[in-house]
Design a protein around this ligand. Structure first.
Ligand SMILES: [Mg+2]
Length: 223
């Protein structure tokens, strides 16, 4: 059973990645992989090497799409979420965690997907967007100087939140969670984040889905 921080450790923040963690697949990466013209891998690889930020990567990749806004929104709406996430979120709140969705994805699909799942009440920190279709312009939640080695600002966000919270737990799956994993007190990791934590010797627990995490949260709520 996963171990969550005990309630006597004060205010506890639970940061949960969206793409590939709450959703079963990375929403934007799937869109780009399936629909972008040739050339998107060069942006992806430059981001992985740390040469460009995630926002620069997304702008480059979105420019390789020939889709209307309506087509894009239909694609986003088709993305399934982990069937146990809603129960997990309710149990985490009952156990005294403040849950925030901490995403390097886009408001354009995160809010509609959460709305569809009756989860609009959850706090979300993500990139905001303006414009339409392939000309979507992305505004990150923090200034450029806050961008960490993962090419986004998740680590910066966690360091800021420490003013209000005594303990921070991260649940994530990808390379955009690297900075957050280094800043958090406890890490639940799958996918590329799990490999990264193993390579960097960052203490973590592996998981595959929220059904595995629910017993840990329930145990905390029963203490
Ligand atoms: Mg992710």
């Amino acid at each position: 059973m996963p171990h969550f921080a005990s309630p006597d450790r004060g205010r506890r923040l639970l940061c949960v990645d969206f793409d590939g963690t709450i959703t079963e697949r990375d929403v934007l990466a799937s869109l780009i992989t399936e629909h972008a013209r040739e050339g998107w891998r060069e942006f992806e690889n430059a981001w992985r090497r740390g040469e460009i930020s995630s926002v620069e990567c997304m702008h480059g990749e979105l420019g390789l799409l020939d889709m209307s806004s309506e087509e894009m929104d239909r694609y986003f709406a088709s993305m399934p979420v982990d069937p146990d996430f809603a129960k997990f979120a309710a149990e985490a709140a009952a156990a005294g965690f403040h849950l925030e969705i901490l995403s390097d994805g886009l408001d354009r699909y995160i809010h509609p997907i959460l709305g569809r799942e009756s989860l609009s009440h959850l706090a979300v920190i993500c990139n905001t967007t303006q414009g339409e279709g392939s000309r979507l312009r992305i505004q990150p939640p923090y200034p450029v100087h806050c961008i960490d080695q993962a090419g986004n600002s998740k680590g910066h966000h966690i360091r800021l939140r420490r003013k209000e919270f005594d303990h921070v737990t991260l649940i994530g799956d990808g390379l955009s969670d690297r900075g957050a994993a280094m800043a958090a007190d406890a890490v639940f990791a799958k996918g590329e984040l799990r490999l990264y934590c193993e390579q960097q010797q960052i203490p973590h627990q592996g998981f595959h889905c929220f059904a595995q995490l629910r017993p840990g949260i329930a145990a905390v709520s029963n203490l």
